[in-house]
Design a protein. Structure first.
Length: 422
């Protein structure tokens, strides 16, 4: 439960508030897997301290025959399934009740086609799993890329260790391609291996990983979205987000252009790398926003809440992966937005979200988070408009951003302090 804050009046403040973002969870988890596959104890600088990364790190250190609970760590479940499939030993991977509903059949089938032995311990097609690790030869496989890019990334990272390497042919509409590109870049830069991408085919020859130097982890662009959102909803203000660069390999760095249409101007600053955010009053903010989030699905919660609270009508597409996240985020966003009086709609395929300005009576200003970190963080900035807002199960943010509430409270205090300096 979060404390209530007074509604903020319009103000003018030239001071800039600095926000410290967490390390990238996506990069941290990939680096741990590549380091584990290399067998080289290289130092990873600024490794994420979030729950998901901690669980993955602990699982990598477990001995043969261990049963390990990964909770809601979907990335860890998928990456470790491939990792342990090609490593000697028997391991069992469990998770939360929601994790046991999330699909993993595409990855398991791909690994089985390479010779892996994996058993379902519950519902077929979903965790928990028992994995009998063995040496896999590799070769060529076709994988559906329309459900989760993490299946593809998991296969890519083990590919250099397979005796024949691996050619992965991606089938169907590729979702979150930016994360596949991130994996490829990290494997080349950190692992020293060859990754050839041509259309929907990825070829990775058998090459020992050659990790030899420390690797710094940049700040998390997904986490940055909640402070773009907070400033978009606030009447005035300036933030600086540290550790973010224009050349980031994270696909969510593309969000900068989208926020401009909701009133946020951005400027990259060097030494140290960071980005400065401010309200862009000279830019004509659009009252209607249409965007495809196929490559940035994690940003949807922040954009949905920001658009509703700035009266920006929208149609967002490319959301087909949201139904298999920590919760069904399509349904969750529709339900919780209605509590604040906003009527969102989706299509029959549940791959879109739209708001045309339709309102409904507000109910209790209590937001359920469904044990989903992004639901908690995305609705937090709504406190600027709904001072009595309560976020249930706020500690769920530790999944990706352990210090979120401290940084958020400092940012809101900064905004509120301008009441004294109009």
């Amino acid at each position: 439960m979060r404390k209530s804050l007074k509604r903020l009046p319009t103000f003018k403040n030239t001071e800039t508030h600095g926000i410290t973002l967490p390390s990238s969870k996506s990069l941290s988890n990939r680096l741990l897997i590549v380091r584990g596959l290399s067998g080289i104890p290289v130092r990873i600088e600024n490794l994420s301290d979030c729950d998901d990364t901690r669980r993955l790190q602990q699982a990598l250190a477990t001995p043969d025959g261990t049963r390990f609970d990964l909770g809601d760590a979907g990335t860890a479940m998928r990456f470790l399934t491939a990792f342990f499939a090609c490593r000697p030993g028997i391991r069992e991977l469990y998770g939360s009740p929601r994790m046991h509903e999330r699909p993993i059949r595409i990855l398991v089938d791909a690994l089985r086609s390479l010779g892996a032995r994996i058993e379902y311990l519950g519902t077929p097609g979903c965790p928990p799993l028992r994995i009998y690790g063995t040496q896999l030869t590799g070769g060529e496989i076709t994988v559906s890329a329309s459900v989760s890019s993490q299946y593809v990334s998991a296969l890519m990272m083990i590919a250099p260790t397979l005796s024949q390497g691996l050619a992965i042919h991606l089938e169907g509409a590729v979702v979150s391609r930016s994360y596949i590109d991130m994996t490829a870049t990290l494997m080349r830069d950190f692992g020293g291996v060859s990754v050839e991408q041509e259309g929907n085919t990825i070829r990775i020859p058998a090459t020992p990983y050659a990790v030899s130097a420390a690797y710094p982890v940049e700040a998390d662009w997904s986490a940055a979205s909640y402070f773009f959102e907070l400033l978009a909803i606030a009447p005035e203000g300036n933030f600086e987000l540290t550790g973010l660069s224009r050349s980031s390999t994270q696909g969510d760095s593309r969000q900068v252009k989208l926020w401009k249409h909701i009133g946020i101007s951005s400027k990259y600053l060097p030494h140290p790398e960071r980005i400065s955010l401010s309200k862009c009053h000279l830019y004509k903010r659009k009252k209607y926003k249409e965007a495809d989030f196929t490559d940035m699905p994690d940003l949807i919660p922040a954009f949905v809440v920001a658009c509703c609270l700035t009266d920006t009508h929208f149609l967002f597409t490319g959301l087909q992966t949201l139904i298999i996240k920590e919760c069904d985020r399509i349904e969750a966003l529709i339900t919780e937005s209605a509590r604040l009086g906003y009527v969102l709609t989706t299509d029959e395929s549940h791959s879109t979200l739209a708001w045309d300005g339709t309102r409904c009576p507000e109910s209790e200003h209590r937001i359920r988070t469904y044990n989903d970190h992004r639901m908690a963080m995305a609705f937090a900035p709504a406190i600027l408009r709904y001072p009595d807002l309560v976020i249930e199960n706020p500690t769920v943010v530790t999944k990706s951003f352990p210090r979120f509430w401290e940084e958020f409270d400092h940012a809101v205090t900064y905004l509120a302090s301008s009441q004294k300096n109009p």
